[in-house]
Design a protein around this ligand. Structure first.
Ligand SMILES: O=C[C@H](O)COP(=O)(O)O
Length: 253
């Protein structure tokens, strides 16, 4: 009932030429694939060129961040209007790298989520605990705080239409993947929280991804969990073969 979303977060990788070449090959690799949704999230510089290359394909486009204001004197920022104009469907918000290196917090993320929804973009809202928080047994408390603050003030319908990505910080780019049952437990917990915030129907519909060292070798088991509705893939989304293999694993999962 929930269509899995496999989104590639390219982070700060790929020039425009590399990005266009990549999506040309990805389109071929995924041409017959049905039953899953696929998105790529290139750096801002490559979005427009990639949008043109993806036109008419079954691959969606996403951005990795945005500001919450429509326009203005905000040097270096990109607005939801700009992303929508060039054909973005998704926008990743509150990624742990933005929280860690660029000072983002749940309140900023909440403003961005509301702005994205207002402009018809689907936010992929990232939450996740750090290693010391997990080891101290605080995972649920940390996740609950992030989910409640980042998604504060949204209606059930708005919650139903967005995507949450559970990304334990200790699993990002480290090669350490959460055990499928641990990831499932946190994703189920997030769904339970969302039921409290927006009702059971919203919680039934919302897609909750897992992210953190997802690879072709571990994807099927992670994606086979009942509350894992796709993956936010970093490193393994930078190569056509490995990203396509993860997409195929979602069909089996
Ligand atoms: O957004 C993607 C995540 O940060 C995961 O990155 P990774 O697959 O390289 O661990």
């Amino acid at each position: 009932m929930r269509i899995p979303l496999l989104a590639g977060n390219w982070k700060m990788y790929k020039t425009v030429a590399e990005a266009v070449e990549f999506v040309r090959r990805l389109k071929e690799a995924l041409s017959g694939v049905r039953g899953v949704e696929v998105a790529v999230c290139p750096p801002f510089t490559a979005l427009y060129a990639v949008a043109r290359e993806l036109a008419g394909s079954n691959i969606a486009l996403g951005a990795q961040n945005m500001y919450w204001v429509e326009e203005g004197a905000y040097t270096g920022e990109v607005s939801p209007v700009m992303l929508k104009e060039i054909g973005c469907r998704y926008v990743i918000l509150g990624h742990s790298e933005r929280r860690q290196y660029f000072g983002e917090n749940d309140e900023n993320v909440n403003a961005k989520v509301k702005a994205a929804l207002k402009h018809g973009l689907v936010p992929i809202v990232c939450v996740g605990e750090r290693l010391e928080e997990r080891e101290a047994g605080h995972t649920e408390e940390v996740i609950a705080g992030q989910v409640r603050r980042s998604l504060a003030g949204l209606s059930g319908t708005e919650l139903a239409g967005l995507v949450v990505a559970y990304e334990p910080v200790w699993a990002i780019g480290t090669g350490r993947t959460a055990l499928p049952e641990d990831a499932q437990q946190v994703n189920a917990f997030i769904r339970h929280l969302l039921a409290g915030m927006g009702g059971r129907e919203a919680a039934r519909q919302v897609r909750i991804q897992y992210g953190g060292s997802v690879k072709p070798e571990n994807a099927a088991e992670l994606l086979g969990q009942p509350d894992i509705d796709g993956a936010l893939v970093g490193g393994a989304s930078l190569k056509v073969d490995s990203f396509a293999a993860i997409v195929r694993a979602a069909l089996r999962g």
